[in-house]
Design a protein around this ligand. Structure first.
Ligand SMILES: NC(=O)C1=CN([C@@H]2O[C@H](COP(=O)(O)OP(=O)(O)OC[C@H]3O[C@@H](n4cnc5c(N)ncnc54)[C@H](OP(=O)(O)O)[C@@H]3O)[C@@H](O)[C@H]2O)C=CC1
Ligand SMILES: O=C1O[C@H](COP(=O)(O)O)[C@@H](O)[C@H](O)[C@H]1O
Length: 595
């Protein structure tokens, strides 16, 4: 990426739409070659010896196939002649290019939602795809396939999908029409996840839709983790693209500890290259998480303060005001530490704490995140508090305990709440506590980052705050959801003739500042995957480093069968979280009078 503005999310409003086939699709010389493959007869990506040319942020790729001295090119767009020529000059001056069997003037993207009948597909993936279509972000030629064991005709799939679609609040023009057009591009193929034959049938259908165009294929694995590998094997062997890219979005959980995660990565890499694997952490696609780097690196006033010198502690808070009802079967095997902390909160922490990357290129950013994760101290059981919600009756309503769920064992000790203190042992953050807190069935729903600054040395106005020195410190709050906002707590004088100080918020409340609805995280991430933008996806070394921090703790909790602290459904969670924070001289920011 060359500039501060991301090449993605161009859609109709951007002059450089990745799908526009216009001359605005530019190549930087060092970006010509996206990957080199030298596999003979490998079931991995198709094409025995292949060089892929790809503009960053574009779904279109050029491929040079070299076989027995013969060089064939596939041009992805009409406009990217120059780099094709350049490479041809270098690589095949002696061999006349052989026309590849594709209609060269257009590419197509086929998106297969594997597990289309499931909760995530209905709740997030199809609606996100429709939103992208509505915003003109999908390529001209695209097809969406649902794949699941459930027997469905195209009409039945369309009917199922149509029930999940909504139009943007701020733009309802032609909504019904758009939905109809979108649904016409959706098809279904019923099949088993471990059947190569069924995927061969899918391949045939995809080819019919691709109609000889350069075929780019995205598989979204929206299925339980125990069938990931079967589906990847079958999709890769039987339904990979023959002349374009093939990418696979993998949903969490990526294992349940270092060992199982490494085994999953090994298995995936039997069939896919790392750059084909898009490990999704949907928190990275949230607007305010995206904005974190902008806030930090494009405002002079924050970066100089971003260190142990001025920051006293940082808090990452996640809470939901509902329990695990309906997902208990999945949740009980994972618990809140794996479900939220090891991925969503840790990813935000890494973005928060990383050094300035060399550029906004995906690898530069991910390199910096890995460095942070590798500089962190492995979690100690003494720095963790766990909890589990119990039943609570409020008025006429009785809220269930975690273990009231029929899919959860009665004696389950799985934490539905956890608080932890983490440390980054590097020069910037030495000694600064990074506190995390995540819980289900709490009193509210929120996700936020709180940065508490040190006190002003020798503050002239100390006495105006009495003994509440803590109240006089600045706090920056990045509220990821709901009601996205960034606000800075400052001290100011109460207007009048006296000298009384007050706490106020300098507040950037998104809904007051911007009328446009904020896109769902899945929209951004799907668009990025289509465009080949990897910045917001987790690289395997990041994942390893993340698991390394949590695995010893998780093992110890399980081996010792540590009893969680029980908290009532709808409460603020276990009191132990306060003792943990107090040990590091910290007060949770979400508990104050003026939170
Ligand atoms: N739901 C959510 O909010 C979130 C989900 N995820 C992850 O996304 C993925 C999909 O989640 P979700 O949609 O909730 O999952 P579901 O349990 O709804 O499963 C998706 C589909 O997979 C098939 N399936 C389910 N169980 C099995 C099985 N044992 N063997 C074979 N096929 C099965 C079913 O389709 P059929 O029977 O028709 O083949 C089902 O419709 C999971 O990895 C999950 O961890 C991540 C974050 C949030
Ligand atoms: O990944 C997950 O995230 C959801 C919370 O996502 P949000 O975007 O609604 O905040 C959480 O409920 C779920 O347990 C977890 O698996």
């Amino acid at each position: 990426m060359a500039s501060l503005s991301s090449p993605s999310h161009c859609c109709s409003s951007s002059s450089s739409s990745a799908y526009s086939n216009s001359s605005s699709v530019r190549f930087h010389h060092h970006h010509y070659i996206s990957n080199l493959e030298f596999y003979a007869n490998s079931p991995k990506k198709l094409g025995s010896k292949k060089i892929s040319l790809q503009s960053r942020g574009s779904p279109y790729s050029n491929t040079i196939l070299m076989q027995d001295g013969v060089v064939a090119t596939t041009a992805a767009t009409v406009e990217n002649e120059a780099p094709t020529k350049k490479l041809k000059d270098v690589l095949s001056s002696a061999s006349p290019p052989e026309e590849h069997n594709v209609n060269n003037d257009k590419s197509t993207v086929s998106i297969t939602v594997v597990g289309a009948s499931g909760d995530l597909a209905k709740k997030k993936i199809f609606p996100a795809l429709f939103a992208l279509y509505y915003e003109d972000c999908l390529p001209e030629h695209f097809t969406i396939f649902g794949y699941a064991r459930s027997k469905m005709t195209d009409a039945e799939l369309r009917n199922m999908v149509s029930k999940t679609l909504t139009c943007r609040i701020d733009k309802r023009e032609n909504c019904g029409e758009k939905m109809e057009q979108f649904l016409k591009r959706c098809f279904n193929h019923s099949g088993q996840y471990d059947s190569k034959e069924n995927f061969v049938e899918l391949d045939k259908k995809l080819k019919e839709h691709e109609a000889g165009r350069v075929s780019n294929r995205l598989f979204y694995l929206s299925i339980p983790p125990n069938i990931f590998i079967d589906a990847v094997r079958c999709a890769s062997v039987s339904a990979s693209s023959a002349n374009g890219w093939t990418r696979v979005i993998v949903e969490k959980p990526f294992g349940r500890d270092s060992e199982s995660s490494a085994a999953l990565t090994r298995s995936l890499k039997q069939y896919l290259e790392e750059d084909q694997i898009f490990r999704i952490d949907h928190y990275l696609g949230k607007e305010l998480v995206e904005n974190l780097s902008v806030l930090r690196f494009s405002n002079l006033i924050f970066e100089p303060l971003w260190s142990r010198q001025y920051i006293k502690n940082v808090q990452f808070i996640f809470s939901e005001d509902f329990g695990t009802e309906g997902r208990g079967g999945y949740f009980d095997n994972y618990g809140i530490i794996r479900d939220i902390m090891q991925n969503h909160l840790l990813q935000i922490l890494a973005l928060f704490a990383m050094e300035t990357p060399v550029s906004l290129d995906a690898e530069d950013i991910r390199n910096e995140k890995v460095k942070v994760l590798r500089s962190m101290r492995t979690l100690s059981i003494d720095d963790v508090v766990i909890g589990q919600y119990k039943s609570q009756t409020k008025g006429d309503i009785t809220y269930p305990a975690y273990t009231d769920d029929k899919t959860v064992p009665k004696d389950s000790l799985t934490p539905t709440f956890a608080a932890a203190a983490l440390f980054i042992d590097n020069a910037r953050w030495d000694g600064v506590p990074f506190l995390m807190k995540a819980g289900k069935a709490l009193h509210d729903r929120r996700a936020e980052i709180r940065v508490q600054f040190r006190h002003v040395p020798g503050n002239l106005y100390n006495r105006k705050f009495g003994t509440h020195l803590d109240r006089a410190t600045n706090e920056l709050v990045i509220r990821v959801q709901p009601d996205e906002a960034i606000y800075l707590k400052i001290n100011n004088k109460v207007p009048g003739l006296g000298m009384r100080l007050d706490r106020s918020n300098l507040n950037l409340l998104y809904k007051a500042r911007y009328s446009k609805e904020i896109p769902d995280a899945y929209e951004r991430l799907l668009l990025d995957a289509i465009e080949g933008e990897r910045r917001l996806f987790i690289r395997s070394d990041e994942l390893n480093a993340a698991w390394a921090l949590f695995t010893p703790l998780l093992k110890e909790l399980e081996d010792k069968r540590l009893i969680p602290e029980y908290y009532p459904y709808g409460s603020r969670g276990p009191v132990g979280a306060h003792y943990l924070a107090a040990r590091y001289n910290v007060k949770w920011g979400d508990h104050g009078v003026d939170e």
